[in-house]
Design a protein around this ligand. Sequence first.
Ligand code: DX5
Ligand code: ZN
Length: 217
Amino acid sequence: MSKLAPSLLSADFSRLGEHSELVSKAGADYLHIDVMDGHFVPNITFGPVVMKSLDKCDTVPYDVHLMITDPDKYATEFVTEKTEFITVHQEACTHLHRTIQGIHELGVKAGVSINPATPISSIENVLGDVDLVLVMSVNPGFGGQKFIPVALDKIKELSKIREEKGYTFLIEVDGGVSLDNAREISELGCDILVAGSQVFGAEDIEKRVKDFKKEIA
Ligand code: DX5
Ligand code: ZN
């Protein structure tokens, strides 16, 4: 059974609180918070002030995905009582091990993400230290893109490494997840599925969350 993390990137930003509560109530496991800085990715979303405004809403915990060039400087600002994971990109970290340590020192779980063109070998040496590996199945920056199948091989490989070495990290996939591929992804050993446009673009958002949960149950 896998968990579902709806990505707020595709929510209506003028109704962020309402939409966050809606998916939480419908059975989502985490709120996936996409933070983009216009440097690491060609898009700008929101920062900690907006994220923290959700603290007063009744939601599930935050799964923060930092697509920013300087995560060491800003990670601390994304820690609230509801922050479960803070994930950084391998491609953005010069001293990845240090960055992961820094996130743990903030008292939250640490994740590392790899883009479609980045191999698993680049994070091999931190797999024993992270709580989560986020496999990008699109090039980060935008919602509504097509799933890149290389992610499926990465999920399989990570699952195998985890078993062989006795690691405990969770595997998450992000980008192009739909009702058509959710089950396959889940059965490969993916623990958390992120879905943005396919959740918030639905006419009935609540029903879509429930349909996703059924597919990955
Ligand atoms: C992409 C973001 C994703 C995005 C996924 O850079 O990291 O979380 O919201 O959107 P969909 O599910 O529409 O591909
Ligand atoms: Zn994301």
